[in-house]
Design a protein around this ligand. Structure first.
Ligand code: BTN
Length: 238
């Protein structure tokens, strides 16, 4: 018999909430591992680096409660799982390190990990059927609807995503990191690209070689020095 899913074993469905990550924080102590909080609309959703996240009706806005493994690897499996969930629809979404998913060179999804004691809240925002974006996001953000001209069944995509997240989370728990890295390589748009990464108060510029077992990006600078960058704001140059 198949194992029951960890991810999505329990699900809180809300019509409107400020932020599913914040809601997940409130239920953290009593909710089982894999609990999902999903909302139709978020009124104060959070993005990375203190930014806000546009969350109107039509998107998939959710948070998953996980046990604390390396949070950079949780980000990595989130990106892989989102890309895998698009595969049955013949949509080739691509991971942009560290936390974004792109389609046709536009951002269609982002993830935000928050660590609290021995737990991680993995927030996932996917612009599935979002029709319009505010002016400050135009040209950068897009949705699957805009890119493919097809309306998505949010519910069935949600099930694909829970399944792939569950599968990759189990692989992570078994510490089969190389399996996850090879999936990352398959779905990533990073390898071979020139990047500029803001890391605290310095900028790393170079060519992406790979990702390491911690989820750090391996970058070769122009002077052939190698950097392992675990977190930062990354721009694709070429
Ligand atoms: C980013 O790219 O900046 C990360 C965006 C993460 C957004 C998701 S939507 C569901 C969850 N709840 C939040 O408040 N944020 C995350």
């Amino acid at each position: 018999m198949e194992n029951p899913l960890i991810v999505g074993s329990k699900c809180y469905r809300l019509t409107e909430i400020e932020s599913t990550n914040d809601y997940a924080k409130q239920i953290l102590t009593h909710a089982p591992e894999g609990t999902v909080v999903v909302a139709d609309v978020q009124t104060a959703a959070k993005g990375r680096m203190g930014r806000s996240w546009y969350s109107p009706e039509g998107g998939l806005w959710m948070s998953v409660l996980l046990q604390h493994h390396e949070n950079y690897l949780i980000s990595l499996i989130a990106g892989v799982s989102i890309c895998e969930a698009f595969e049955p629809y013949d949509i080739a979404a691509r991971i942009k390190w560290p936390n974004d998913v792109f389609l046709n060179d536009k951002k269609i999804a982002g993830t935000l990990c928050e660590v609290i004691d021995d737990k991680i809240i993995l927030g996932i925002g996917i612009n599935l059927n979002v029709r319009h974006f505010p002016d400050d996001l135009s040209g950068k953000a897009s949705s699957v609807l805009i890119e493919t001209k097809k309306h998505f069944d949010t519910q069935s995509f949600y099930h694909h995503l829970c399944r792939s997240l569950d599968n990759n989370y189990r692989v992570l728990k078994k510490k089969e990191i190389e399996v996850l890295l090879s999936k990352w390589r398959k779905h990533s748009l990073m390898v071979g690209r020139e990047v500029s990464i803001m890391v605290h108060d310095r900028v790393v510029i170079g060519k992406v070689l790979d990702v390491d077992h911690q989820g750090a990006l391996i970058v070769m600078r122009a002077d052939y020095g190698i950097e392992h960058v675990i977190a930062g704001d990354c721009r694709l140059l070429r």
